[in-house]
Write a protein that binds this ligand. Structure first.
Ligand code: GMT
Length: 427
């Protein structure tokens, strides 16, 4: 889209979490477009490992010391960001997941004495809804966000709740830029076949060819794994089925125990963490996402892009992504009975299932195709670069109580005035 090539630093948690995936894919997509991309993380993110694109990787080393109960990652990252920003003359520093990355970015700017790249923070979900809003983190996160040059969120839901939860002023712009998927990589199977996954269920040959429900997550309590199992058990009572669990996390052991208690162990396959999820997803019938909250639900979009409809709780960004009864189903959170009812209804109606599979794929193409989203990020970066860099709070006027009570949106260091930028979008 834009001919200007930028030097972009990207910071994220490099694990299997959605925020790390989104951050890495933005980096890869923008490198593909000719920008100079620097990934600054504790290890090379999963999705960057197999890429041949010329991405620069800078490891963040967190030095430990016997006195420390917790190694100070925030400080190590801040020092590394300042060093890299200076060495590589970054134009943009894009920080994913506010805690503590927004604060490290803020500190890096202080080290660079206000010079250096424009700082953009992408809020992802629990950095606002579960962690950022806690007393232990809210004030420092808020301060770092006020001092940033731009903030984005992947859904209107997350944008809206960020204001009250982080106590942000209404005038502070938060740009909604949706999460996205590579619809060419995450695609429906040329020939969908449940039988392709039969080898994953070797102990139940009599069930080979029966429907397969899937769940993909990091198995944290917020994902409601017991509800996934409950929905599956209800479906299986109505019609024989199988369950594919993809991912790894703290709830996995309890899940295995519950499945054993229900006597369903031979119908459930734990695949663990996978980098190659497409080949499994694209042969499943349905995806279950009964999460307690979800700012976006990246796994739902990936599943839909593979032509697999999602039955989800009607929360957060899932409400914006899934069109109820067209490209999936939404039910009240914790209502496993209704979610199971939708699943049974669909699995008993092959034509309806086919139709919904096509609608899910279409929704992914229309809503979250990555090229349109990369255009948006490029525009947002350019817009941020045309603004005066933010430097709130500033040494010169830090003592000015007026500035604090007026809740500045962006502080202009040239005039020490505090005003909303031209593109200010009200809450
Ligand atoms: O916020 C989190 O729980 C972590 C984060 C992650 O790294 O997995 O997930 C959030 O960010 C994803 C990418 O933007 C979203 O798709 C997830 O919906 C969101 N998770 C929650 O809001 C619970």
């Amino acid at each position: 889209m834009t001919p200007t090539k930028l030097r972009i630093g990207i910071v994220c948690y490099p694990n299997f979490g959605g925020s790390g995936i989104v951050a890495t894919e933005i980096g890869l997509g923008l490198a593909q477009r000719g920008h100079e991309v620097h990934l600054i993380t504790t290890e090379l993110p999963v999705r960057a490992r197999q890429s041949t694109l010329p991405i620069h990787f800078h490891r963040v080393e967190v030095q430990d010391y016997p006195l420390f109960e917790f190694p100070p990652y925030t400080l190590a990252l801040a020092s590394r960001l300042a060093e890299i920003a200076q060495q590589t003359q970054l134009d943009i520093l894009h920080l994913h997941y506010a805690i503590p990355h927004a604060v490290s970015g803020y500190l890096a700017r202080q080290i660079l004495q206000g010079k250096g790249p424009r700082i953009i923070v992408t809020l992802h979900g629990t950095d606002v809804t579960r962690v950022g809003c806690l007393d232990s983190y809210r004030s420092v996160t808020r301060m770092a966000l006020l001092a940033s040059d731009g903030i984005t969120a992947p859904s209107h839901y997350l944008r809206k709740v960020s204001y009250p939860l982080l106590d942000l002023p209404d005038e502070l712009p938060i740009e909604v830029i949706s999460n996205f998927v590579d619809t060419q990589r995450f695609h429906p199977a040329a020939q969908r076949s449940r039988a392709r996954l039969d080898t994953l269920f070797p102990k139940t040959p009599d069930l080979h060819g029966t429907p397969i429900l899937a769940h993909l997550s990091n198995f944290r309590p917020i994902k409601r794994i017991p509800d996934v199992i409950d929905i599956f058990a209800r479906v299986n009572n109505a019609l024989p089925a199988r369950l594919l669990l993809i991912g790894e996390g703290p709830e996995r052991r309890a899940a295995a125990e519950r499945i054993q208690e229900l006597g369903l162990q031979d119908q459930v396959c734990f695949l663990g963490k996978r980098e190659d999820v497409v080949q499994y997803l694209q042969h499943c019938d349905l995806m279950l996402m009964p999460s307690e909250t979800e700012s976006f639900g990246l796994a739902a979009l990936e599943s839909m892009s593979c032509g697999v409809p999602v039955i989800a709780s009607d929360v957060g960004g899932l409400h914006e992504l899934i069109e109820h009864q067209t490209s999936g189903f939404l039910a009240p959170v914790y209502d496993t009975e209704t979610m199971a009812k939708f699943a049974i209804q669909l699995l008993q109606d092959p034509q309806g299932l086919e139709q919904m599979m096509r609608a899910a794929r279409k929704r992914a193409l229309d809503f979250g195709d990555q090229d349109a989203i990369f255009d948006q990020y490029e525009r947002f970066y350019q817009q941020t670069l045309t603004q005066t860099p933010s430097s709130y709070p500033c040494q010169t006027c830090e003592e000015n109580a007026h500035h604090r009570t007026q809740e500045p949106t962006r502080h202009d260091p040239a005039t020490h005035s505090l005003s909303a930028p031209p593109s200010s979008a009200a809450n």
